[in-house]
Write a protein that binds this ligand. Structure first.
Ligand code: DUC
Ligand code: ZN
Ligand code: ZN
Length: 489
């Protein structure tokens, strides 16, 4: 019998600490050896001329998430919309783009607990092929949920609580946010935060609508940079008060990133994530004719090309250390997705979110490494190692070393591809990146030692994705520093 199930031979193996040319031996779904030469294997994959990078870890994606909400009907009632990507289609798309693990969101509906949704979501996620962990959205922080249900979720391996500071019907006020921070501190969880100011956006939205400014482009006008900066500042300040680590999600602009940089310089445990849309799309995309602009509508809103360069600078400085997709797919041509309120709906009724699971790694590599903005090891950190570390999945995920899961991508650094919807292999009928040319492409994706994508052809059995329970981890331990040394329970 061969010593290894697979040998990956002759590639440039990249980790967060650098790259080296070596062979990789895989046994029982794990990386068993890195050596100059490995030949004794049942299957040999030739990686000559290719890079070998860890399978992507996408720590922010919305998949098969019922009733995301976030957009009210004209009478103020929440509009229930089901996120249209299933775990099977999301897995196909993710493998096509070199991602092998995701952290996605269990919803909470106001007036309901969280355990019932967790059980339902576990079942949904188990139908797919991606390895998966969960954030728990808290939109109704009752004592029963925070004191009784969250500890049970934590025992089940859920280690991050997600809060929204805007969106009907999900947003929390400051008192509610503080309660969630305290709960996270007590239970050893990370808090991830959507930072935009709810009241400010509502005020601007109503003023824009009253002035007859209703088209998709006014989505960006309703939520300018300052509402993101203010909420980022507030989210950090309250986290400092409670002494609770947080990750600020989808940072779109330097103004918000500067708040994170200041917090990090003061030693706070605050991390910043950005997304491919904030280095490729602009507010002008939402000004395309007719309803077309809805294809680019997400929150925070894409800014402009000058901002893209500032985001890259914040990535280079390490202020923003994760690039997630915020994949949130709504179809364009049906009456279920973007057009759920009609094709002439005003902007505040159009669901926010864009699909991007498959595009994430290619865009970060192409715009980052191929254009000389970041090194190969930075690409690995941003797309795999850092999300795994911050989410408590490291070193099982996000790294190529003996003992880690054999999640690997054979990457052709020279391959040029024009992004089209067909290439994305998702269930959504458009991609906001249509026509974007990228340099660098995943040619083979391996999940736990199994080739699940080769030359764009995804071959994985539905139901083979594994749940990734997360235990306690040091990164989310409080610093032990509070104002006046007073630690509130
Ligand atoms: N913004 C979010 O906060 N969530 C989903 C989609 C989006 O655009
Ligand atoms: Zn968000
Ligand atoms: Zn999101």
């Amino acid at each position: 019998m061969a010593a290894y199930d697979i040998a990956i031979r002759g590639g440039l193996v990249a980790t967060a600490f650098g790259a080296t040319r070596c062979d990789i031996g895989v046994k029982d779904g794990r990386i068993a050896a890195l050596a100059e030469t490995i030949t004794d294997a049942a299957q040999v994959l030739d990686a000559g001329g290719l890079y070998v990078v860890p399978g992507g870890v996408d720590s922010h994606c919305h998949i098969e998430e019922p009733s995301l909400g976030g957009y009210a009907k004209s009478d103020g009632a929440p509009q229930l919309t089901v996120n249209e990507e299933s775990f099977v289609t999301a897995s196909t798309s993710a493998f096509a783009g070199g991602t092998t693990s995701v952290v996605c969101f269990i919803p909470q509906w106001k007036g309901h607990g969280v355990l019932e949704r967790y059980r339902d979501y576990r079942k949904r996620a188990a139908t797919g092929m991606l390895d998966h962990a969960f954030h728990q959205i808290i939109s109704d922080p009752t004592d029963a949920v925070l004191n009784e249900e969250v500890p049970q979720l934590v025992a089940e391996g859920v280690r991050s609580l997600k809060v929204f500071l805007t969106y009907e019907p999900l947003h929390l006020n400051d008192a509610e946010y503080i309660k969630v921070l305290l709960t996270a501190r007590r239970n050893g969880c990370l808090v991830t935060v959507h930072c935009e100011n709810y009241d400010a956006i509502n005020w601007r939205t109503q003023a824009l609508l009253a002035a007859g400014m209703t088209g998709p482009k006014y989505h960006a006008w309703s939520r300018p940079r300052v509402v993101e900066r203010e909420a980022t500042h507030r989210a950090i300040a309250l986290a400092e008060l409670v002494d609770q680590p947080i990750q600020v999600f989808h940072v779109s602009c330097e103004d918000a990133a500067e708040e994170i940089a200041r917090a990090q310089a003061r030693g706070l445990k605050v991390w910043g994530e950005t997304c491919p849309q904030y280095v490729t799309l602009t507010a002008a995309d939402m000004d395309r004719p007719g309803f077309e602009g809805a294809k680019f509508m997400c929150s925070p809103a894409p800014r402009d090309t000058a901002e893209h360069l500032r985001i890259w600078e914040m990535i280079r400085r390490g202020t923003l250390d994760v690039v997630s997709s915020d994949h949130c797919g709504f179809t364009f041509g049906t009456d279920r997705g973007k057009a759920v309120a009609g094709r002439d709906a005003s902007f505040e009724k159009i669901p926010n979110g864009i699909p991007g699971l498959a595009a994430r790694l290619p865009i970060v590599f192409s715009e980052g490494v191929a254009k000389g903005r970041i090194a190969l090891e930075e690409f690995v950190k941003l797309t795999a190692t850092n999300p795994a570390r911050i989410m408590g999945l490291y070193p099982r995920k996000g790294v190529i070393q003996p003992g880690s899961d054999a999640d690997l991508v054979l990457w052709d650094p020279a391959r040029k591809v024009t992004l089209t919807n067909a290439v994305m292999q998702h269930a959504i009928d458009y991609t906001p990146y249509e026509g974007l040319e990228v340099t660098g492409w995943p040619v083979t994706t391996i999940r736990r030692g199994e080739v699940v994508m080769r030359d764009g052809k995804v071959q994985a059995e539905p139901g083979t994705g594994r749940y990734l329970p997360r235990g306690p981890y040091d990164l989310v331990k409080p610093r032990g520093i509070t104002p006046d040394g007073f630690v509130a329970p």
